[in-house]
Design a protein around this ligand. Structure first.
Ligand code: TRP
Length: 443
């Protein structure tokens, strides 16, 4: 079997893992959640949960991954010493595959919207309209295209594929998002959006619904509990201080969610100032796919044709966000196929991307009944439950000496550090209790 891949630089890992974490969850999910959950109240709860719950779970995955130098199935099998660990690894692997199956459909839509504006600029109105009209044909073609993009990167391996593309694309992402925020801030109505974003409605801050949403959002956004971060962790060099790497990834992800809010929420109010409806008849905010594929495009439509660069920049931003995340999902089953079934990376990528594409196509052809169901089952059920289980693994089954040994790699004074003093008992008691409590309340 070929040697395992490894990230070649510290910044390469940070950008790849941040690229995984920063995705549609930040640019779309987070602002939507904010807008429909009391504005800044949601931001506050999210911040607390992200640091107190998601970051410690992120560290479980990074530490376990680097310690066992393997995919989640082998890593958890070794950690638990029995088949239960392997089963949990397999469930994670299946969950992330199903997440990719719907993520790729949405990724395809984003590609269509980007091309839509190119077609408009070229005066190809008919093609432009076809691109953004919901239909099986369109959905199939662009889901396939999205898989091709994802697989083309993953087949080149960790440093030559994932790391290379993340270090190219993520700086571009940061640049585009800043330019877009500055641009939107100059438009009429943006001020009201900033106010709505930053004024909390504290009356709902203890609403269990809000807290559950914030937890789900945090788990999804940090790509947790399904093996993505474990696999990326397994590619970190033993020379690196893993605790600080984890902080970097968490801080970048959380900041970009908040920054994306500064773009999307003012943009919604600009749209409203231009006569676009952003609340539905019931007074609820038009959210989920309505926000991305109807509110913002209506906003773009009200801009003059000279500003076609704005929607193109926006959907390019979304494509970068989506692809640097989808590669991290595909890498989980691919690493398993390479290590446990002795496939070459090329073959593994091809076979697995093809199989998950089949799932996507089944969803496309049964859209009404399957799309929402798969999202709910994976992100609201499987992900938090797996988070609970892996915290228990790390807290109760993983030897304290093993943990210390792993933290000490690349960070010799770790034994005196705050992280080692707090994290082992925190992950043992606090994390499982918090997740279980929230889970129970959501039932
Ligand atoms: N975190 C990414 C986002 O915010 C999506 C993502 C990548 C993900 N890998 C994952 C979500 C694993 C859940 C599990 O869009």
């Amino acid at each position: 079997m070929a040697a395992r891949g490894q990230f070649s630089t510290r910044i390469g890992f940070i950008l790849a893992a941040a690229g995984s974490a920063i995705g549609l969850g930040n640019v779309w999910g987070f602002p939507t959640n904010v807008a429909s959950n009391g504005g800044a109240a949601f931001v506050l709860v999210y911040l607390i949960l992200a640091f107190l719950l998601a970051y410690p779970v992120l560290m479980v995955e990074l530490l376990v991954g680097r310690h066992y130098q393997s995919n989640p199935v082998n890593a958890y099998r070794k950690l638990t010493g029995n088949i239960i660990g392997a089963i949990v690894g397999v469930i994670g692997l299946l969950t992330v595959s199903f997440i990719l199956s719907f993520y790729a459909i949405v990724g395809g839509w984003i590609v269509t919207w980007c091309l839509h504006y190119f077609a408009m600029a070229l005066g190809m109105t008919e093609a432009a309209n076809w691109l953004v009209t919901f239909g099986n044909m369109r959905n199939v073609i662009f889901t396939v295209i999205f898989f091709v993009l994802t697989a083309a990167i993953v087949r080149n391996g960790v440093s030559e594929g994932i790391e290379k593309w993340s270090t190219r694309l993520m700086p571009l992402f940061f640049l585009i998002i800043i330019l877009l925020i500055i641009y939107v801030a100059t438009l009429d109505g943006a001020g009201e959006g900033f106010r709505a974003y930053l004024t909390p409605d504290f009356s709902i801050i203890t609403d269990p619904e809000l807290i559950i949403n914030a937890m789900g959002q945090a788990f999804f956004s940090l790509s947790l509990a399904v093996g993505t971060m474990l696999v990326y962790g397994s590619y970190i060099s033993k020379k690196e201080n893993i605790v600080s790497l984890g902080i970097w990834v968490a801080v970048l992800d959380i900041s970009i969610a908040i920054v994306a809010g500064l773009l999307i929420i003012p943009a919604m109010y600009v749209a409203q100032a231009n006569g676009v409806q952003i609340y539905d008849e019931a007074g609820a905010l038009i959210s989920s796919d309505g926000l991305l594929f109807s509110v913002l495009p209506s906003l773009f439509e009200t801009m003059t044709s000279t500003a076609i660069i704005v929607p193109i920049a926006f959907f390019t931003l979304m494509i970068i966000a989506a692809v640097t995340s989808s590669i991290s999902m595909l890498e989980v089953p691919v690493s398993f196929a390479i290590e446990n079934h002795n496939l070459t990376r090329n073959k593994a990528t091809f076979l697995i991307a093809g199989s998950i594409l089949l799932i996507s196509l089944i969803i496309v052809f049964n859209f009404g009944s399957l799309f929402g169901l798969v999202i709910t089952a994976t992100t609201e059920w499987s992900q938090p439950l797996l988070g609970l289980v892996i915290s228990i693994f790390a807290g109760w089954l993983w030897h304290r000496n093993n943990i210390l040994e792993e933290i000490k790699e690349g960070n010799p004074d770790a034994a005196n550090g705050l992280f080692f003093k707090i994290w082992p008992w925190y992950i043992k008691f606090v994390c499982p209790a918090l997740i279980a409590l929230m889970f129970w309340r959501s039932l």
